[in-house]
Design a protein around this ligand. Structure first.
Ligand code: DHE
Length: 497
């Protein structure tokens, strides 16, 4: 019915109205005429982001319609309200959500062709040029207008601000000495930035739709995990040159997307979870690596995951178990399923010591609760009810509290501070009533923390982590994540890995 209405609105004939093809064909022509110069041939992206179903899956059709109609503030995307009729906009919205006639590919030649070296590292000083403590810098992602800020973590002042690729997602990762930071955008762009010289060094497009990246502890390799194409891409961490692509094909021959990749420093390896085959892969970077995967059978298809503090075990979200699954990385055996209702966001979980024992706590993006698990027995210690589902959780070894957000629902302006010993909510803050508050990161010493107000006219708020007094408010456009160099390179307790 919707297709017939579309055909009618587009003014195609009744005979044509029997099928959706003419409407989509017309939309394809509109795309080529008006959109392709920025969004690329076959919708693979260009100056503008890719417009493939995989790239748009997080965006509701109404939002796509609104962006075409009204443009996107602080970007080159203009309003097309005077160019397209409402029916043509509807047809375009429909077209952009269809898979392309020819399945998109991204070969080694495409990766090599996308590469650009932006600065000559050999000509740049190898010591910090900014006067701030290089171990207490913060990298902040401003998602609202796709920019990155480098912030002095002692003075809380922005040292540099630059445009990122569209939709940087997940945690940027650092070289072990803290000099370089690596970003991944959802469209597969990987960027290398020199924090000593505050300069972009190189960029490459490693895939069409990327999950995340990891950096080896020896600082030599970057591993990128992709949804589209389903593969892993190994880059040289010094300049992002292509080393190898590894299609993620399971033992049974099934091709898979990559759920997530992380480095496991004590194991000298990358760990990879696969979304469409029941395997975890371990790729060693020791010696002269060949990056051949060690395949570990999983009890289910796995999504995002986290580790035990010694990196011997992996905790993954498992669709079948309706919760979590624990896999021992040494023996390669599934240890147990863990009771985690809803949709736990394990990559954002955190751990700390309680009564001398490690506990793990994870937020949940579909239920208003925090699950706290005993690392030894894998038993649930407590489910802490919150005011709504949340995305992130963070702490620091010197903080009494674990901070967690209420990202969804009417209380999304609230932040809970959970007492790490009593497991009770000790405080609930509402830093900017009516505006989403989310994601914190501590300074290296844990004395202060930065919290995001996730709005176009949002802010980064600096708190004293003991007195909970606000120290400073820095206006920002939807600051999403922020990452402290020292905490990150030390894989400090309380931060994400
Ligand atoms: Fe994320 C981290 C997956 C939606 C903001 N998110 C991650 C990581 C994964 C992940 C695997 C860890 C990457 C890393 O650090 O190496 N995210 C997913 C999803 O599967 C999900 C639910 C759906 C999707 O579209 O991919 C999802 N994430 C979101 C958002 O909608 C958020 C809120 C806004 C956005 O930017 O897209 C979002 N994700 C983040 C942030 C981190 C993250 C800020 C880094 C957390 C950290 O502190 O390390």
């Amino acid at each position: 019915m919707r297709r017939i209405v579309l055909a009618h609105l587009l003014g195609v004939s009744a005979a044509q109205a029997g099928a959706a093809v003419p409407a989509l064909e017309h939309a394809a022509q509109l795309y080529q005429q008006h959109c392709q110069s920025c969004h690329g041939i076959n919708r693979l992206g260009g100056a503008g982001p890719a417009l493939l179903p995989e790239s748009l899956s997080r965006i509701k059709p109404d939002e796509i319609r609104s962006v075409i109609q009204n443009g996107r503030p602080a970007s080159q995307m203009a309003s097309y309200a005077n160019v397209f009729s409402p029916a043509q906009i509807d047809a375009l919205v429909d077209y952009l959500q269809q898979p392309p006639a020819t399945p998109p590919t991204w070969s080694n030649d495409d990766i090599l062709g996308s590469y650009s070296m932006l600065a000559d590292l050999s000509k740049l000083p190898s010591t910090p040029q900014h006067g701030a403590d290089p171990m207490n810098l913060f990298v902040v992602v401003e998602a609202g207008d796709h920019h990155i800020d480098i912030l002095d973590g002692d003075r809380f002042e922005v040292l540099a601000r630059f445009a990122s690729h569209f939709a940087v997602h997940g945690g940027p990762k650092f070289s072990p000495d803290g000099r370089f930071v690596y970003f991944a955008s959802r469209d597969g762009w990987i960027s290398l930035y020199d924090l000593h010289n505050l300069k972009l060094i190189a960029e490459v497009r490693a895939g069409l739709n990327t999950r995340n990246l990891a950096v080896s502890k020896d600082g030599r390799w970057v591993l990128v995990g992709n949804y589209l194409p389903g593969n892993l891409v190994v880059l040289d961490a010094r300049d992002l040159s292509l080393v190898k692509t590894i299609p993620t094909i399971g033992q049974n021959g099934t091709a898979s997307r990559v759920s997530a990749v992380y480095s496991a420093p004590p194991r000298d390896s990358f760990i990879v979870a696969l979304k469409d085959v029941k395997e975890v892969w371990e790729l060693s970077w020791a010696g002269t690596p060949d990056f051949e995967p060690r395949r570990i059978p999983a009890g289910d298809f796995l999504d995002d995951f986290s580790f035990s503090p010694d990196y011997k075990q992996l905790l993954a979200t498992s669709r079948k178990a309706q919760g979590g699954q624990v896999i021992d990385l040494d023996s390669g055996k599934v240890v147990t399923d863990i009771p985690l209702p809803g949709m736990p966001h394990l990559g954002s979980g955190t751990y700390w010591k309680r009564n001398g024992e490690w506990v793990f706590a994870t937020p949940n993006i579909s239920k208003g609760l925090i699950s706290v698990i005993d690392f030894k027995t894998w038993k649930l210690i407590k489910e802490i009810p919150t005011l709504g589902p949340g995305f992130f959780m963070r702490s620091h070894v010197n903080s009494r509290y674990a901070w967690t957000d209420v990202f969804f629902g009417p209380d999304n302006d609230a932040i809970h501070l959970i007492d790490k010993q009593t497991l009770e909510i000790a405080h609930t803050l509402r830093p900017m009533p009516g505006k989403t508050a989310a994601h914190v990161e501590f300074t290296r010493d844990g004395r202060y923390l930065l919290l995001s107000i996730w709005a176009t006219d949002g802010a980064l708020i600096v708190y004293d982590s003991n007195t909970l007094q606000e120290i400073k408010r820095i206006p920002m456009n939807k600051p999403s994540g922020k990452y402290n160099v020292g905490n990150k390179i030390e894989f400090a307790e309380g931060t994400s890995h």
